[in-house]
Design a protein around this ligand. Sequence first.
Ligand SMILES: NC(=O)c1ccc[n+]([C@@H]2O[C@H](COP(=O)([O-])OP(=O)(O)OC[C@H]3O[C@@H](n4cnc5c(N)ncnc54)[C@H](OP(=O)(O)O)[C@@H]3O)[C@@H](O)[C@H]2O)c1
Length: 208
Amino acid sequence: MSRVLGIIGAGKLGTTIGRAASDAGWQVDFFDSAPADLTSLIVEAMVPDARLVPLTDLVADSDIVMLAVPFSLSDQIDYSLLDGKVVLDPMNLWEPVDGPAPTTTERNGSTSQLVASRNPRMRLVKSLNHLGYHDYTADARSAEVPSRRAVAVASDDREARELVSQLVDDIGFDPVPVPFDRSRLLEPNGPVFGTWLDATSMRKVLDA
Ligand SMILES: NC(=O)c1ccc[n+]([C@@H]2O[C@H](COP(=O)([O-])OP(=O)(O)OC[C@H]3O[C@@H](n4cnc5c(N)ncnc54)[C@H](OP(=O)(O)O)[C@@H]3O)[C@@H](O)[C@H]2O)c1
């Protein structure tokens, strides 16, 4: 049976990852806050095999729930639904998408630490945030290619990290698992953000 990737937010990143996962054999479900007729047009065009489902169904059915909404709107998600779920956080405070940083995000830790604090019972994994959405199409390579572009997978939950690493591998990138406290290094202005690195170079950068 195929794994299920549930994506909250059918925008640029959500539909790109959704298409890649769907092509790799994952069942992909979407939920978006935009009107259903508009979202269904987008989903049908971008990820034809995906389903548009209510949020509660998406959460119940998914092996991974991905939060692909602008960070500035991410506090509107009902995090209480996500108890015990593997939650993939690809969000950035990236001004062109997310707008200027709201004052509530003045913080010492990463944005993912802030997300984690919204429900400590989520099995949170930070990943897929440090490449542009178009890179996930342009740079994807099959596993046989010796040196693929690397994508970091940050979590302290080993099983959750392995599951997201499988997704990263399936969509054509070499996963680099790291502890959750490396999340900040993945953010805009960090050493891996927007940089082409293979797995060996990324490990060096993140372990330094
Ligand atoms: N774009 C990239 O290259 C890229 C790369 C890496 C990481 N990221 C990060 O990924 C996140 C999403 O970026 P994006 O470029 O995909 O944004 P986007 O194109 O603006 O898409 C976001 C989608 O989420 C929907 N949405 C907003 N609030 C929602 C909610 N509470 N529940 C359900 N759906 C909601 C939006 O609907 P409406 O339009 O109706 O508001 C929109 O369809 C951001 O944090 C961004 O920093 C983006």
